[in-house]
Write a new protein. Structure first.
Length: 745
């Protein structure tokens, strides 16, 4: 097993961390001041000087050392901060490629041409993803972001009161580039190929810093061609276990996504030490995709459409803007107020054609849709002056998310089908209002505690043509307690503990009762629709971790978590009005628990005389059980049972650096309900790069992705009184090669 092979490395890093601490690895999470300390130099001993001699005095230099603030180590509330330098290490062209290597993070399989879901602790639906502390707009494609646009990424395994409590598995906060550090301009050109499909891109970054203002502008243009192929075998068995269905399927989808992204920021220092920060993000893309599916029935009934062709034309615009004002009071602390607006528009054209066994056209369907998602929000924080042991903050958070969708489906009169035109318009809203207070209490140099309380109310409404209006309202009180204890007599060992209450509100898409019909409707390919009656899921959690810090940035963190979730939302599949339909519903409770590990060290520290190779390793073991669902293989839908990442970077020459990143995530069968289950793929990805820096301002990078070229096996099954149906699929993601040139101008 991969975890057994990686265990010796973890033990070695733990032994390394037992050495005395020389310095703390620096990763600045927030705009915390540099804590500098200096001691006066002792007066030099000056011998007496003869009166007739020329006196000369050599002044000793005074060294002032500043220790940068390390949020991961020193914050009472647990926070893993991934700095910009680490995100740029592998030269990834999309943020999704960089995210998969971070501690406890996994990326799911998206639809061809779109990024997959981001998850902590293997639970995608329970992970809160924020951009600059605000929720990402519905439908946001994280592949539109590049590491160049990001200042840092914060991973919060335990919640804090100043961020939304929708973080049962944890929170990933993507902080876009803000204050310019220096005046710089950088051009990056990249060309990649995978399976004969090209992916060129160009990125421009400009930053300028002045006395009272600074700005950063990042612009990216990219074209990504893709090819997605898989094969499948569908089988059916009667209640006695006799095979009564055998069918093969083949899918081939090709397409291209063209995108242009702009991310400007502007920071101003006003009178009275006020600051104003303006930030925006704009992404415009066009996705064109065509797909063909062929079925061949070897045993059992023939499908209505043995060949199916579909085409998608999607124009998408994503926009996000915010303005933050900070005002320091002379004796009453600091007030920060923020307003933000987001918009996501998608113009969608879908065409599908179906063919009978004799090759004749028996289905012609065109669907046009316009989706608008708007978000308006306001938040603020008042930080009171430190009073003794206490650092108190209070604030608010309010927002409105609205999804309006106009969808017209036109079924043409072919093969005796009656012409049919339907208006599938839909409107859904989520209103949120929250108030919170938090206190960071320092009892002693060894012990500090974070206490937070957040009250949040959520109101959902949905309406649509032919649908009754539905309104739901729920309020959640979320207390949080986190504690940091630095062991006496040691400057490198510490223990963290956190208790919290979190929740998960239904998404706008999940509230939409409008169905999305499927071709060849059956239990393994049902229609999909939402459920306006969904209620939030509530969770109580416990987190604990032991951390050890060694010299030169070496560290080891080992911990675990437990969650008890009430009102779990799971997908039910039923026959409704003559068609198979899959829809979400609250059903029962669940428990989730797991172990986590994160380590870093230099190989030369582990073994004297070894090359200067920087090693990074993280692993997460996840388990869960849903009440009311029979075993075996009972766990939360899409939860990844085990994931691990091993990274290494070797600067073997002043001009040359090589590195690799290996990620592993387990899969296997999962039982979602008593009648339905999935087979998740085991994934093994090996990425490698070679970097040549012939000059201080120029770099040339050669990278290989998915070098192991593994076969991914997925599937699903459905069981009822009529027997068992299952389908198993296989595909092999292609090996990718990328050549990238970076130039500072």
């Amino acid at each position: 097993m991969p975890c057994r092979r990686m265990l010796p490395l973890a033990i070695a890093i733990a032994l390394l961390c037992a050495t005395p601490l020389a310095s703390a690895q620096s990763t600045q999470a927030q705009s915390a001041p540099v804590q500098a300390t200096s001691a006066p130099a002792p007066a030099p001993s000056v011998p007496a000087t003869p009166a007739n001699a020329t006196a000369t005095t050599d002044l000793d230099s005074v060294s002032v050392q500043g220790e940068r603030y390390d949020a991961r180590r020193d914050d009472t509330a647990t926070r893993i901060v991934i700095a910009r330098e680490e995100l740029l290490r592998q030269g990834d062209t999309t943020l999704g490629e960089a995210l998969k290597r971070l501690p406890g993070v996994t990326i799911g399989s998206g639809t061809p041409g779109r990024s997959g879901a981001v998850a902590l602790r293997g639970m995608a639906g329970y992970t809160q993803v924020l951009i600059d502390g605000q929720r990402a707009p519905t439908g946001f494609d994280f592949d539109s972001l590049t590491p160049d646009m990001v200042e840092r990424i914060e991973i919060l395994r335990s919640p804090t009161a100043d961020l939304s409590g929708e973080s049962i598995a944890g929170t990933i906060n993507i902080v876009l580039a803000q204050t310019a550090r220096t005046d710089a301009r950088q051009l990056t050109l990249a060309w990649a190929t995978a399976d004969g499909r090209q992916a060129p891109s160009a990125s421009w970054r400009s930053s300028r810093r002045e006395e009272s203002r600074s700005h950063v502008l990042t612009a990216t243009a990219a074209r990504r061609e893709f090819l997605y192929e898989d094969t499948g075998l569908e089988r059916g068995y009667d209640p006695a276990g006799v095979e009564n269905l055998r069918r093969t399927t083949r899918l081939r989808s090709i397409g291209v996504r063209d995108g242009l992204t702009l991310a400007p920021t502007l920071d101003l220092r006003l009178a009275n030490d006020d600051t104003l920060a303006l930030q925006a993000f704009l992404d415009s893309s066009h996705l064109k995709r065509t797909g063909d599916v062929d079925w061949e029935t070897l045993l059992g009934p023939q499908l209505d459409h043995v060949r199916y062709r579909q085409g998608n034309d999607i124009d998408n615009t994503q926009f996000n803007a915010s303005v933050a004002w900070t005002h320091p009071f002379a004796a009453a602390g600091t007030l920060t107020a923020k307003a933000n607006a987001a918009w996501n528009r998608e113009d969608y054209l879908f065409r599908e054609q179906g063919y009978a066994a004799d090759g004749s056209l028996n289905l012609e369907d065109h669907t046009t849709a316009d989706m608008d998602v708007h978000n308006l929000g306001s938040s603020g924080k008042w930080s009171l002056p430190q009073a003794g042991r206490h650092q108190v903050q209070a604030g608010w958070d309010a927002g409105v998310d609205r999804r309006r969708e106009t969808r017209v489906q036109h079924l043409f009169p072919v093969a005796g089908n009656q012409e049919w035109i339907s208006d599938l318009s839909f409107d859904a809203q989520i209103r949120r209002l929250a108030a919170y207070a938090q206190d960071d209490i320092t009892f002693s140099p060894q012990w500090s505690m974070y206490l937070g309380l957040r009250w949040e109310t959520i109101e959902t409404t949905s309406d649509g043509s032919g649908l009754a209006a539905v309104r739901n309202r729920a309020s959640v009180l979320s207390p949080v307690m986190q504690s940091l204890w630095k062991m006496p007599g040691s400057d490198k060992d510490q223990v963290r503990l956190a208790l919290s209450r979190t929740f998960k509100a239904p998404t706008l898409a999940a509230l939409s009762a409008r169905p999305y019909t499927s071709t060849n409707n059956r239990p393994l390919n049902p229609d999909v629709r939402g459920n306006p009656g969904l209620e939030p899921e509530l969770a109580t959690g416990l987190d604990a971790a032991y951390e050890r810090y060694g010299k030169d940035g070496a560290r080891l963190s080992v911990g675990g978590y437990v969650r008890r979730i009430r009102g779990v939302i799971r997908t039910e599949t039923r026959m409704l009005e003559g068609r198979w339909v899959a829809f979400p519903a609250n059903g029962g409770d669940a428990s989730a628990w797991g172990l986590e590990m994160d380590a870093r060290a230099g190989l030369a520290q582990l073994h004297a005389g070894a090359p200067a190779i920087d090693l990074r390793f993280n692993a997460t073991l996840n388990r869960s059980r849903v009440d009311g669902v029979p075993g075996p293989d009972n766990r939360i839908d899409q939860q990844v049972p085990f994931s691990a990442t091993l990274g290494a970077d070797w600067k073997f020459d002043p001009e040359w650096t090589a590195g690799l990143g290996y990620t592993y995530r387990s899969g296997g069968p999962v039982r979602i309900t008593a009648s339905r289950g999935n087979l998740d793929a085991y994934r093994r990805e090996l990425d490698m790069y070679l970097l040549w820096a012939p000059a201080r301002r120029a770099k040339l990078r050669l990278a290989v992705t998915n070098a192991l070229y593994p076969t991914l096996e997925t599937g699903q099954w459905y069981l009822d009184a009529d027997g068992l149906q299952r389908i198993d699929r296989q595909r092999r993601p292609p090996v990718g090669v990328r050549l990238q040139w970076e130039m500072q101008l």
